[in-house]
Design a protein around this ligand. Structure first.
Ligand SMILES: *Cc1c(COP(=O)(O)O)cnc(C)c1O
Length: 389
């Protein structure tokens, strides 16, 4: 075995011994309430397609029609010749939706977060992040070379202390809106107040709130009615509730122009296919118009929480479609999720390092495409497994 492979293999073996080895499953269907796996249907309680738009016929049709006109690839980056009229229309739609002067498309949320933090801060600056922020935010902070500190989850007193101690020229506070693995909400009102007191900038990544929260689906920032002065940097993703692919940043004219000039993950990459942008435009129309999707989702979450309490499961304090079930033993998480799969139900098994050691969990997620009967089926399967704490 070549030297490189021998070293890599040792590392892989160690991962396996720790029971943290990750594998992929080949899904033979689109993302919907049931997924086809190995020739059998499984109830899908693991995707982030909260509104059931990832397989909506109108969205698929928009994609196909745009592909007939624009082909498949954009062929270049936005700054060369890849920025089409459809991309531009989508940016205008996102700006209008978020109530910000402008919005900018990125190819993925991961890239948006890396690119934004890097464009805004550098070596002598300070980045303060919630301990449970998404990996892309933490990685973005690291790459920026600014001083990076993490404060205890949702602990704005700890944040306040850090801000008081700092004399950095630029201070950027970064938080998930809805925390991706816990489902709880960032204390945005308090974070805004801290930011204002210390002349810091607040960046909110609302990947899981966008589409789901707020009357129109504008996310946590819409729900709390926070202005652009309070949240100058708003990130949303398009691969979750919107059901397509990509991400955006919404903010001021100066912010967006800064990103176009300086954000490396925006500049040095191929623009998303125009057909994806067209599908996203179609999806956003449905998302904004069809309030019933958000209402139904909330009903299903309520049904699940009441049912879980009845069978003695202790859930986390989440009001969103992310409903994690902590399994105290990280190793047991895989066993429980496999047992559920044998009963026809697929939930995400989340282990370290995605979550802190000792907090392995089933990450159960709901979608407006689920029925009440399907939620009952999930509760029944959980009950039969006897994992009540
Ligand atoms: C999923 C997610 C991202 C990454 O978005 P992609 O478009 O999937 O790259 C970023 N931030 C948070 C909080 C997320 O949950």
């Amino acid at each position: 075995m070549p030297a490189m492979d021998a070293l890599l293999q040792a590392q892989l073996d160690q991962r396996r011994e720790q029971n943290l080895y990750r594998t992929r499953l080949n899904v033979a269907s689109g993302c919907a309430a049931t997924l086809q796996l190995g020739g059998r249907p499984l109830l899908n309680f693991c995707s982030n397609d909260y509104l059931g738009l990832a397989s909506h016929p109108d969205v698929s049709r928009a994609l196909k029609q745009a592909a007939d006109r624009f082909g498949t690839g954009s062929g270049a980056s936005h700054l060369i010749s890849g920025h089409s009229t459809v991309h531009h229309a989508l940016e205008e739609q996102l700006a209008d939706f978020t109530g910000r002067p402008r919005a900018l498309l990125y190819s993925t949320g991961y890239m948006a977060n890396m690119g934004v933090i890097n464009a805004l801060v550098g070596r002598r600056d300070l980045v303060l992040q919630d301990q449970l922020n998404h990996a892309s935010l933490l990685d973005g902070g690291r790459l920026s070379q600014a001083e990076c500190r993490r404060y205890k989850h949702a602990d704005y007193a700890a944040l306040e202390q850090r801000l008081t101690q700092s004399s950095a020229p630029r201070k950027l506070i970064v938080t998930d809106g809805v925390f991706s693995m816990d489902g709880d909400l960032a204390p945005l009102a308090q974070l805004c107040a801290s930011a204002e007191r210390h002349q810091a900038w607040l960046m909110v990544d609302d990947a899981h709130g966008f589409g789901v929260l707020g009357k129109q689906g504008g996310g946590l920032v819409e729900e709390l009615n926070l202005s652009i002065d309070q949240v100058p940097v708003l990130v949303g993703t398009l691969g979750k509730s919107v059901g397509t692919f990509g991400a955006f940043v919404a903010g001021s004219e100066a912010l967006i122009e800064t990103l176009i000039q300086f954000s490396r993950s925006y500049i040095y990459t191929t623009a998303m296919p125009p057909a994806i942008a067209a599908a996203t435009l179609a999806s956003l129309q449905i998302l904004r118009r069809e309030n019933w999707r958000r209402e139904k989702l909330q009903q299903l979450v309520g049904q699940f929480r009441r049912g879980a309490e009845q069978i003695g499961l202790s859930l986390m304090a989440s009001t969103t479609p992310i409903q994690p079930l902590l399994i105290n033993d990280d190793q047991k998480v895989m066993q429980v999720s496999l047992a559920l799969r044998e009963r026809g139900i697929w939930v995400g098994a989340i282990r370290p390092p995605t979550v802190p050691s000792g907090s392995g969990r089933l990450r159960i997620t709901f979608s407006a495409s689920h029925s009440e009967e399907q939620v009952d089926q999930l509760l029944d399967a959980l009950d039969r497994l006897g994992i009540s704490q």
